[in-house]
Ligand binder design. Structure first.
Ligand code: PYC
Length: 341
């Protein structure tokens, strides 16, 4: 509504903030654009093509920062789903986000919309299920995941030739094991430089996911510091932010690679530590004909259904204000943004 004296309009967006093992999620509960009816995939397409300024307003500076993942909560198409969700970040929509799903679960509890049990959530790449565990964690049965290719060679500009696996875990990942890699908060600049170099090299040499989509997440694994963990990772997200959590879709991709290599059996537990020392616990079952398996994703490993367990905490209840007189009301287009002029 316009201020009668100044004529300025203040738009309001109501958000609930949480973090999952350190990685922030900002759930939009009011003030989102109308995306019409349809599946999460249909609505995500409309959201991505027409509402980039809205995404920036919610997750980037001056109200957020590059690592914030936004989540739009929408009416589901199916009566037995608790909600439909579209995840987005500083450069566009994500296909799926597991830390975000855990944040959404905690947010739905905070809103009093659920109080336990197992719930179905519609996402642009298929339905996922989550369960509130008695120890406060949330278990997410992610979309089916698989290794597409192993030991793919990539020649980078600044870091020589490297080999890694390509895997789908709800997003596309390039995964590199380097037991000598030092992973921790002091190494962020060097790890960002390495993984961004890899990402650019994959793009230049035309290495994509098996469905032709860009590999927009790069994951490096080193030795864990945490006693119970088997590995520690650094994950570079599409807009050059690094994941503070162990990245749930990345841990799903890793689990698929371990399954393909015969290094992890169904039901066995795998603990992935993040750059900041937080952990996700993963396990998997083999996929069956009853699972939604996208034909466009092929691979040299079996389809698995990963379960990722982690914890989220609420951090804020906020009304974002967008002042019509503010030249940066919708943030600004960064050098990583595909919309960059
Ligand atoms: O947890 O899946 C995840 C995720 C993807 C990007 C950031 N976090």
């Amino acid at each position: 509504m316009a201020n009668p004296k100044s004529g300025r309009i203040l738009d309001r967006i109501v958000v609930l903030d949480s973090h999952t093992e350190g990685e922030p999620t900002r759930v939009v509960v009011n003030g989102a654009p109308d995306l019409g009816a349809g599946t999460a995939r249909d609505r995500a397409r409309r959201f991505a093509s027409a509402h980039r300024a809205f995404m920036r307003s919610v997750v980037t500076e001056p109200r957020g920062h590059d690592a914030v993942v936004g989540a739009l909560l929408l009416e589901p198409t199916s009566a037995d789903a608790v909600a439909q969700v579209i995840f987005f970040n500083n450069v566009g929509c994500l296909h799926m986000c597991v830390h975000g799903t855990i944040g959404v679960a905690e947010t739905l509890v905070h809103l009093g919309r659920i109080d336990g049990g197992r719930h179905r959530l519609e996402t642009p790449v298929g339905d996922v299920w989550f369960e509130l565990l008695s120890d406060g964690r949330v278990a997410v049965d992610n979309v089916p995941s698989r290794r597409a290719q192993s030991r793919v060679e990539v020649t980078t500009e600044r870091h020589g030739t490297l080999r890694g696996d390509v895997a789908w875990g709800g997003n596309w990942f390039f995964l590199i094991d380097d037991p000598r890699a030092r992973i921790g908060p002091q190494e962020i600049e060097a790890l960002t430089d390495l993984t961004w170099d890899i990402r650019q090299s994959l793009r230049r040499s035309g290495v994509t996911g098996s469905d032709g989509l860009e590999i927009d997440h790069v994951e490096v694994f080193g030795r864990p510091d945490n006693d119970g963990a088997m590995s520690k990772n650094f994950v570079l997200c599409p807009g050059k932010a690094w994941d503070r959590s162990p990245c749930g879709t990345g841990t799903s991709a890793k689990t698929a690679c371990l399954a393909a290599a015969g290094k992890l059996e169904p039901g066995e537990s795998f603990v992935q530590e993040s750059t900041i020392g937080s952990c996700f616990e993963a396990s998997y079952r083999n996929a069956t004909v009853d699972d939604e398996l996208p034909e466009s994703i092929t691979g040299d490993g079996p389809w698995i259904v990963p379960t990722i367990r982690g914890r989220a905490y609420m951090t804020g209840e906020t009304t974002l204000l967008l002042d019509s007189a503010d030249p940066f009301r919708c943030g600004f287009v960064s050098d990583r943004d595909p919309e960059r002029p």
